[in-house]
Design a protein around this ligand. Structure first.
Ligand SMILES: Cc1cc2nc3c(=O)[nH]c(=O)nc-3n(C[C@H](O)[C@H](O)[C@H](O)COP(=O)(O)O)c2cc1C
Length: 160
């Protein structure tokens, strides 16, 4: 099965997560094609699953990602699986700061894409993959990449 891994990335953090998703999919016998959302997108009909990821910026997600979900729905993606991921953070150090800053972090790009996919009637996986950065522009925090393998392990039955 071929899976399309779409991403948008300004500083490379989300691209790294997309590449790691592709690596883990390959290990599961899935054939991934990683594509920048800004480029020409391949024909969706060639794929059995789509992963879509973007950074959380100013509590928002790029319109390009939301429009791409719209295209999927319009172009007859039907019940085929959609899986959403993002990068975000860094999380504040104290519970008080977290409470104050939570609107910037949650639901984040992943939650916004998931809500949009649901509203479009797409078959979107209930859980999102979110990888945290250590400073505003990255790099990803130690250990965040390790979440990718377990997430793909978990999502594998949904996309097969
Ligand atoms: C201008 C700017 C705004 C950001 N705004 C947010 C935000 O509102 N919430 C958040 O969780 N992270 C925010 N971040 C952190 C990014 O989500 C993080 O750096 C992300 O990994 C960038 O991904 P990229 O390297 O793929 O572009 C922001 C980063 C930048 C540079």
């Amino acid at each position: 099965m071929k899976a399309l891994v779409l991403y948008r990335s300004h500083y490379g953090n989300t691209r790294q997560v997309a590449d790691e998703i592709a690596k883990e999919l390959r290990a599961k016998g899935v054939d991934p094609v990683v594509t920048d959302l800004r480029g020409k997108l391949p024909d969706f009909a060639d794929f059995g699953a789509v992963f879509i990821g973007a950074p959380t910026r100013m509590a928002r997600v790029t319109g390009k990602a939301l429009r791409t979900l719209g295209k999927l729905a319009k172009k007859g993606w039907g019940p085929k699986p959609v899986v959403v991921f993002d990068t975000y953070g860094p999380l504040p150090a104290t519970p008080e700061e977290l409470e104050k800053g939570k609107k910037w972090l949650f639901p984040g790009a992943a939650g916004l894409m998931q809500a949009k996919a649901q509203a479009l009637g797409l078959n979107v996986y209930a859980k999102t993959l979110r990888c945290e950065v250590s400073t505003l522009k990255g790099p990803l925090k130690d250990g965040e990449m390790k979440k990718v393998a377990s997430f793909i392990e978990e999502v594998a039955p949904f996309i097969q």
